[in-house]
Each structure stands twice: as structure tokens, then as C-alpha cells.
Design a protein around this ligand. Structure first.
Ligand code: NAD
Length: 356
């Protein structure tokens, strides 16, 4: 009997619809190759939803997401909506509420360097000679971005960094479980030398780690972690971070890989439900030119099968198809280096789909 999945598809703005079209091209091939049936429900989200429904996250879109097994998102936002009041703009009124409504507390961002692309990285090739395959696990709904009080009184302003034991425990379990499936190592990032909340963070992570005897745990202060990431990225397997440190370090890790257009991400809650999207934004500077890199979107689809549907073999097959196309020398503009063949968004999508 074939497996059947419901997927909500939110293409969004800018390059979102362009790269999503390539993701769906690959999905069509997966359906046949792996005998899976997928019901796709597409909905407006972000700037396009403001234009069509007057708000970034309409109830109809949220309902579709809630009744699905997983959500595949492109990206949202752009200059057209930047003059709106901040609370109405796509990111503030779209991304934060959708994460909250769907209970997504864990953000997983793999930063993988394909061996064919080391020349596109800002790091020296010798640093990357042993490769890099890091998973940043970032806590998404707590910490200093959401802590209360948040107050501005004239020339004095205050944010609050608060974490509770259950919040730390649940994100730590996500990191240790991921490490069990990967390289068996968690590096927990904190600032326990100066922040009380981070003393608790280190304590709880250490306790949770005892439940995973096959996973090696070490702790790094965030400043050292940032330095080690560019000095020797290959030492990391899973990096476990609170909200703000994860925000910063995941961008640093992604830059090492050469292009934002290569990096997928997953946001997970309790259970198997998740939202999957490229790590980059809507790239208005290149939208509509057919030059956006759809690999992040296609890998996000792969992560969807791996984490929400427990189909790692489908992720592996997508990963290998991308690897084959890169090995054959095909590149979008952002990862092009001389001697390779430059192709468009839709050409590389077709090549990847055909290579499955
Ligand atoms: P961005 O990630 O859109 O672009 C940064 C740079 O990376 C640009 O030069 C862009 O061309 C390039 N880039 C990004 N994705 C690419 C791809 N697939 N292929 C090739 N090049 C790619 O970040 P930004 O310019 O800071 O933001 C643009 C808009 O996106 C803003 O409105 C921002 O609010 C929004 N944004 C949305 C999300 C999201 O939807 N999750 C995330 C970040 C930013």
C-alpha cells in the first residue's frame, strides 16, 4: 500500500515561488520513484497574503497548515511591504505568529559543504579539506527575543533573558536525538561564565545528556564557539544553542558553505509535524531573473521527508541527486566558479529531478 501525506505549500514572495516550483518538480519525481501519494494544498502567506487577504497570516492559511502533516515554505517579505507599520510586515506578522501557532520550538539548520563547492566558501580550502557537516539546533520560542519585561524608557532599554528547565530539556532532547542519527556528538553553546540563565542551561543539558550514553557532550562558551567555527568547523556535529546564540551562529555556519541558496531548515514541535524552508530570505535583489538557487528549497523538501515522515531514504536520494548534478559541473550563478556550467533556476531543478 502506498504512503499518503498531506503537505501545505506556501510559496510566499520574491524568489519563493521560483524556488518552490523546483521543489514541487522534485516532489513529482519522488511520488513516482517511492510510490508515495501527496495531497498538496497551496496557500498565500507573507506579502502576497497581505495583498490578497489584508494580513500576512490569514486564518484560511493557518487552517490549511494545521490540517496538514507538514508545511513546505518558500520565503516571505520584500521592499513592497517595508513601508507598512512593523507589526503588519510579513516577517513580524507572518513568521513569528506561524511558529507560535504551530508550536514550533526547535529550529534545525544543517550547514553542509559539498566537496565540489569548497572554492565558493570564504574559508581557505585547507580548512575545509575534511569537509563540514554541522547541524545547528536552535531554541526558537524562548530566550531574550521573547523574555518579559521588554521595556524602553527614553534612554534606558531592557530585554530579559529567561529560560526554564522544561524549555531547555525539550530542545536538548531534539539535539541529542539528532546526534544519535548523525555523528554522535553534541556541543552545547552557552555563556555560563557570566549569565545565570546559562548556568541553568549547562546544568540541564548535562543532565539530559546522561540519557544518551552513545552521544558525546561538550560545552563551549559562545565566543569560543564562534571562533572554533571558522578555525576548525569539522570538529562540530550538532551545535545546541539558545535562541539568540543559535540565530547568530547558524548564519555564521551557513556563510561558510558559500551561499544561502544551499541551506535548508526545519522548524519542529512536539511530534512529527514540522515547517521546512530555505534558510535565506526572499532575495528581492534577484527575484524574477531565473537565477535563484533552488537547492535550499529542494533540500528542505528532503528534510520534510526525513523528519516529519521518517523517510530518511528519500532525503538521501534527494541529497545524492544534488551531489550528482554538482559533480557534473552544473551551477547556479551564486555558486558558479570558472570552469563550470552556469544554469538557470529551472534548469538545475530539472537536472536534479531527472537525476533522482
Ligand atoms: P536574503 O536571504 O533574502 O538575501 C541575502 C543575499 O543572499 C542576497 O544577495 C540574495 O540574493 C542572496 N540569496 C538568498 N537566497 C538565495 C538563493 N536561493 N539563491 C541565490 N542567492 C540567494 O536576505 P535579505 O536581503 O536580508 O532579506 C530580503 C527579504 O527577505 C526581507 O524582506 C527579509 O525580511 C526577508 N526574509 C525572509 C525570511 C523568511 O522568509 N524566512 C528570512 C530572512 C529574510
Amino acid at each position: 500500500m502506498e504512503d499518503s501525506y498531506n503537505i501545505a505549500v506556501l510559496p510566499g514572495d520574491g524568489i519563493g515561488p521560483e524556488v518552490m516550483a523546483e521543489g514541487l518538480k522534485v516532489l513529482d519525481k519522488i511520488k513516482v520513484a517511492f510510490n508515495v501519494s501527496c495531497t498538496i494544498k497551496e496557500a498565500d502567506f507573507g506579502g502576497i497574503a497581505i495583498d490578497n487577504h489584508g494580513e500576512a497570516l490569514p486564518k484560511s492559511t493557518l487552517d490549511i497548515c494545521k490540517s496538514s502533516d507538514a508545511v513546505l515554505l518558500g520565503s516571505i517579505g520584500g521592499p513592497k511591504w517595508e513601508s507598512l507599520p512593523p507589526s503588519k510586515q510579513p516577517e513580524r506578522a507572518g513568521l513569528l505568529p506561524i511558529r507560535k501557532e504551530l508550536g514550533l520550538f526547535a529550529n534545525l539548520r544543517p550547514a553542509i559543504i559539498f566537496p565540489q563547492l569548497t572554492a565558493a566558501s570564504p574559508l581557505k580550502e585547507e580548512i575545509l579539506k575534511d569537509g563540514m557537516d554541522i547541524l545547528v539546533v536552535r531554541e526558537l520560542t524562548g530566550g531574550i527575543y521573547f523574555g518579559s519585561p521588554k521595556v524602553r524608557e527614553g534612554d534606558k532599554a531592557l530585554d530579559t533573558l529567561v529560560y526554564t528547565r522544561p524549555e531547555i530539556e525539550r530542545i536538548a532532547h531534539v539535539a541529542f536525538k539528532a546526534a544519535e542519527q548523525r555523528g554522535g556528538k553534541v556541543t552545547s553553546i552557552d555563556k555560563a561564565n557570566v549569565l545565570t540563565s546559562m548556568v541553568l542551561w549547562r546544568e540541564v543539558v548535562t543532565e539530559v545528556g546522561k540519557e544518551y550514553p552513545n552521544v558525546k557532550l561538550n560545552h563551549l562558551y559562545v565566543d569560543n564557539g564562534a571562533m572554533q567555527l571558522v578555525k576548525n568547523p569539522n570538529q562540530f556535529d550538532v551545535m545546541l544553542c539558545g535562541n539568540m546564540f543559535g540565530d547568530i551562529l547558524s548564519d555564521e555556519a551557513s556563510m561558510i558553505t558559500g551561499s544561502l541558496g544551499m541551506l535548508p531548515s526545519a522548524s519542529l514541535g512536539q511530534g512529527s509535524f514540522g515547517l521546512y524552508e530555505p534558510s535565506g530570505g526572499s532575495a528581492p535583489d534577484i527575484a524574477g531573473q531565473g537565477i535563484a538557487n533552488p537547492i535550499a528549497q529542494i533540500l528542505s523538501l528532503g528534510m520534510l521527508f526525513k523528519y516529519s515522515f521518517n523517510r530518511k531514504e528519500i532525503y538521501d536520494s534527494i541529497f545524492n541527486a544534488i551531489n550528482n548534478v554538482l559533480e557534473a559541473g552544473y551551477r547556479t550563478k551564486d555558486i558558479y566558479t570558472s570552469g563550470n556550467k552556469e544554469v538557470s533556476t529551472s534548469e538545475i531543478g530539472t537536472l536534479i529531478a531527472d537525476s533522482l
